[in-house]
Design a protein around this ligand. Structure first.
Ligand code: SF4
Length: 333
């Protein structure tokens, strides 16, 4: 069959990159897929079976300015008349990049700011999961749920790194639960992880997150001396491999939620100022959402405001440990 090359540009947050993988899986059988992403996200797609070529766009560093843009457009240039660019990140810059690289077919979401660059703008209903929005760029509709689950491919070295960390804590055979207390946005952080870790009996907690989450992890470790600190100790795919080894994950609305979806690890997802209806809920086959049952102010912000505008932060502080423990029992039963 005639192969159609694809270019997928996804330079958004790490979670968005994970949620782009169902689209990559849909495109790979059509022909070679080139993915452009950020330096931070490149590690997520290392060795991914659906990616023929991974290109890093360091728009704030080595590729900054018009010179970097032109160099990248040249590196991505295509003369295949039916090659298609998929603008999974919807800025003017990415649309212009695809055009400058010679892609005559440019597909993106109709809601994107860069839609004037698109030859096909795809409409998606409000409330649709973002994985499905992106998957629909390939031209399909009504995806079965298992097609929308993201897919990552940790290599043997990532699995080995995760297992070595567990071995160092004497935990290679123990039942584990990953706790992900961090988030770039402070109001998306549930404040009771330390109490949860203290209350856990049958599952040993492993605290996951980036190096920036070390302070929050320290609170959890102080409350639960058996907890294992994995923050900032593994590459992204190593963290995914570790999550894949856990019986369950308790997470905020942040990257570990999407890593858990990709590894199909049972997920307890805690939402405060944001909502799963924004399109970023968990996709693991066993999952429970934990939310405040009755606050009119929710949701109040797309990403979580810097501070609670009402000053009480009840969307998170009122969600208590027994509610989360109950959810954990449900996903691990
Ligand atoms: S306004 Fe409501 S939803 Fe927003 S942070 Fe405060 S308590 Fe949470």
């Amino acid at each position: 069959m005639h192969a159609t090359p694809s270019l997928v540009i996804q330079t958004s947050f790490l979670g968005d990159v994970v949620l782009t993988t169902p689209l990559l899986r849909r495109l790979a059988p059509r022909g070679p897929v080139t993915v452009v992403t950020t330096p931070a996200a490149a590690g997520l797609l290392e060795g991914h079976p659906d990616v023929a070529r991974l290109v890093v766009y360091d728009k704030r560093g080595a590729d900054a300015g018009i010179g970097g843009f032109v160099r990248l457009a040249q590196a991505l240039a295509t003369d295949a008349p039916d090659a298609v660019a998929y603008l999974a990140q919807g800025s003017h810059r990415t649309g212009a990049l695809a055009r400058a690289a010679g892609y005559h077919h440019r597909v993106g979401l109709a809601t994107s700011s860069g839609r004037i660059w698109y030859t096909t703008a795809v409409d998606t209903p409000t409330g649709m999961h973002h994985a499905e929005r992106l998957w629909r760029l390939a031209g399909d509709r009504d995806a079965p749920a298992d097609v929308l689950r993201p897919h990552l491919a940790p290599g043997a070295e990532h699995v080995d790194a995760a297992m070595a960390l567990l071995r160092a804590h004497g935990a290679q055979d123990e039942p584990l639960v990953a706790l992900a207390p961090g988030s770039v946005w402070g109001t998306k952080r549930w404040p009771h992880y330390a109490q949860l870790a203290h209350a856990l009996r049958e599952l040993r907690p492993v605290v996951i997150g980036s190096r920036d989450d070390a302070g929050i992890a320290a609170e959890v470790l102080a409350a639960a001396p058996r907890a294992i600190d994995a923050t900032g100790r593994l590459p992204l795919l190593g963290a995914a491999a570790l999550i894949g080894r856990c019986r369950a994950v308790v997470t905020n609305d942040s990257l570990p939620l999407h890593l858990a979806s990709a590894m199909d690890t049972p997920t307890v997802a805690i939402f405060g100022p944001t909502s799963p209806t924004f399109g970023f809920g968990p996709l693991a086959s066993r999952r429970v959402l934990v939310e405040h049952p009755g606050l009119d102010c929710r949701p109040c912000h797309r990403h979580g405001p810097p501070h609670c505008p009402l000053g009480h932060f009840r969307c998170m502080t009122d969600v208590l440990v027994p509610q989360v423990m109950d959810a954990l029992r449900q996903v691990t039963a």
